[in-house]
Design a protein around this ligand. Structure first.
Ligand code: GUN
Ligand code: ZN
Length: 436
């Protein structure tokens, strides 16, 4: 057992429906076998548990671990390819890199770089877009398992339009996916996600094989892309006899509460109603949408339609792993939308990057907030003394203001410690809590 002492911020209730930031300045969290078993004023917990070791994190802020609902493992080494719209970026940046993952040893190195990127950023749970090669997906599961991260991932499948080495058949996709799921789904903190790349590169036969795989792997997730770029949407419509993009998945029964579709920058109202009706979540990827010029995400329309929304970094079209940056960019996008935008507070940004992600991934009972009964997945925001964030936190007018400063100024270097299920898996770049 460990008694953590910290200034804790989290969002137990959805700020889009009236929830507020929960702020406990001198909070005690008792953690037993990875689970929070008591929470309250530190001195109260100290007096009832006088013999437990105390980990004092009062300097800085303790937040729930970040939850990234859309991030591509094969793209870690190509972050920063700016200046191209989606389909050109895929052709020139992403797909050539993804073909290199046919080599398992190369893939293992990429998986290592990728998982390090997640951990450094304080991401403790992720829905990871995998690779087109089963051997590469194995290396991703292995790396996540070694670090103890909560990762849901799977084989990316396509049977048209992409370069030949990235193509499969519906039968092979199903067989390889089943094999990977048999090996990894439900092992430790890992789960399987059935992952056609996008309808543009997936025939109806491939999508139908995806539906069969979902049915054969109880508890499996489904993830793909939707409505990201206007040219892409036009092409999808012409390939599917004018169908709406969302319907290309829905008519195979692929949209359920265990489905997450990335982007959805240009939905119709009817598509939003379908997503809401199915309980499918959308991964909003703000820096990617800006970098590729895909558009400004209509968050208000999603929220008003009742669609669940969480954040995704969309590495490597997105510009890094930090969900602080994604949160800030989400805020910017809503500001730029003017009257159509949904003004966001720091509580919204924390919700979107933690509890909303946990909800989208069906893990709301386990992670996303630092409440009794939840896993102790947490990050310690601890800027270096003198850093503008440290100065800002020292002078914050309120907890909401302090949290705004975290999103405005925070980077991966400010993550001073990362815990998953009570285990500390990273100690930040410049100091460890136990040294203090
Ligand atoms: N649509 C299909 N593949 C991709 C990808 O790798 N990144 C993004 N942003 N969109 C996609
Ligand atoms: Zn993506």
């Amino acid at each position: 057992m460990t008694l953590f002492r910290a200034s804790v911020l989290d969002t137990p209730a959805n700020p889009f429906t009236g929830g507020r930031l929960r702020s406990d300045d001198d909070c005690g969290l008792l953690v037993e076998q990875g689970v929070i078993t008591a929470r309250g004023p530190f001195e109260t917990l100290r007096s009832t548990h006088p013999d437990e070791p105390v980990l004092n994190l009062r300097e800085g802020i303790l937040l729930p671990g970040m939850v990234d609902t859309h991030v591509h493992f094969p793209q870690v080494r190509i972050i920063g390819g700016l200046g191209l719209p989606l389909l050109d970026w895929l052709d020139q940046c992403a797909l050539p890199e993804e073909m290199r993952l046919a080599d398992v040893d190369h893939a293992r190195g990429v998986a290592h770089d990728f998982v390090s990127g997640l951990v450094d950023a304080g991401t403790t749970t992720a829905l990871v877009f995998g690779a087109h090669f089963a051997g590469a997906v194995d290396t991703m599961f292995e790396a996540a398992d070694q670090w103890g991260l909560r990762v849901t991932t799977g084989l990316v499948t396509s049977d048209r339009l992409l370069p030949e080495p990235l193509l499969t058949t519906p039968e092979r996709a199903r067989a390889e996916s089943r094999e990977l799921a048999d090996r990894w789904h439900g092992k430790g903190r890992l789960r399987y996600a059935v992952t056609p790349r996008f309808s543009l590169s997936a025939s109806d036969a491939l999508l139908e094989s995806c539906a069969q795989t979902v049915a054969e792997v109880p508890g499996a997730f489904f993830t793909s892309h939707v409505n990201e770029n206007v040219h892409e949407i036009r092409e999808v419509a012409s390939l599917f006899d004018g169908a709406a993009y969302v319907d290309t998945y829905d008519r195979h029964g692929l949209l359920t509460p265990r489905s997450v579709l990335a982007h959805d920058v240009h939905p119709t109202d009817r598509e939003l109603a379908t997503l809401a009706g199915r309980g499918t979540a959308v991964a909003h990827c703000p820096t990617s949408n800006a970098a590729l010029g895909s558009g400004l995400f209509p968050l208000r329309r999603h929220v008003e339609a009742g669609v669940r929304v969480a954040l995704g970094s969309d590495v490597g079209a997105g510009t890094g792993f930090s969900l602080f940056k994604e949160g800030l960019q989400a805020y910017f996008a809503q500001q730029l939308l003017g009257e159509q935008g949904l003004p966001l507070t720091s509580a919204h940004l924390l919700w979107l990057s933690t509890a909303a992600g946990a909800d989208a991934l069906g893990l709301a009972d386990e992670v996303g907030v630092l409440s009794v009964g939840r896993q102790f997945d947490a990050i310690w925001v601890l800027p270096e003394p003198g850093d503008p964030l440290a100065v800002g936190l020292a002078n914050a007018a309120s907890a909401n203001d302090a949290l705004s400063k975290v999103f405005a100024l925070g980077t991966t270097s400010d993550v001073g410690g990362v815990w998953v299920g009570g285990d500390q898996i990273a100690a930040g770049r410049w100091r460890r809590p136990r040294d203090r």
